[in-house]
Design a protein around this ligand. Sequence first.
Ligand SMILES: CC(C)(COP(=O)(O)OP(=O)(O)OC[C@H]1O[C@@H](n2cnc3c(N)ncnc32)[C@H](O)[C@@H]1OP(=O)(O)O)[C@@H](O)C(=O)NCCC(=O)NCCS
Length: 171
Amino acid sequence: MTNQFNWHISNLTIEHLEAVIKIEKETYSDPWTMAFWNYELKHNSHSYYLGAWAGEELIGYGGMRLLFKKAHITNLTVKKDWQNKGVGTSLMAFLLEEALKRKVKDVVLEVRESNYNAQKLYSKFFFKSIGVFNNYYKGEKAVVMVLSNLSAYRGNLNKLIEKFKACIRPG
Ligand SMILES: CC(C)(COP(=O)(O)OP(=O)(O)OC[C@H]1O[C@@H](n2cnc3c(N)ncnc32)[C@H](O)[C@@H]1OP(=O)(O)O)[C@@H](O)C(=O)NCCC(=O)NCCS
């Protein structure tokens, strides 16, 4: 089934590990390892991951760890030929929808200092830079971005969530 966006969003599980690893290797110079992904998707009860599919093909994914009313966005990745079409925005919208459902107060993430595209996306979701971690990535600083008091943004977030509602794969 297709929608006006040509992709669907659904839970990312251990069954999708191979496809995830392939995109990780294509995208990052320091991809997460198979063991790390295995832990996140299979064993970490605090993790929540979503995938985006065009038909049967995995084209993106994103996730977070949820603990004590705080969420840490751990990953947001869109396959190169699908970037800049709204896939990352739709994934983030549904991650934050889940965080809202779980009554999360603050959401935090790190992003490479040079990664302006990602920082732009996060700003669109009202994340604010609060500082940097030196040498967080190999030889590069991480900008720390926080979305504080998530529920205060519910109205604005609902507009983004509503826009992408048709992406959710039933069941
Ligand atoms: C960053 C990333 C997840 C964004 O996903 P995406 O699907 O390409 O982003 P979207 O199409 O939803 O765009 C959302 C916003 O991001 C910004 N953006 C995304 N790609 C951009 C580009 N090439 N140039 C400028 N801005 C861009 C824009 O602000 C855009 O908002 P707009 O539509 O109002 O202009 C994706 O590009 C990606 O996977 N990059 C490589 C991995 C990575 O850097 N991940 C983030 C790690 S912290």
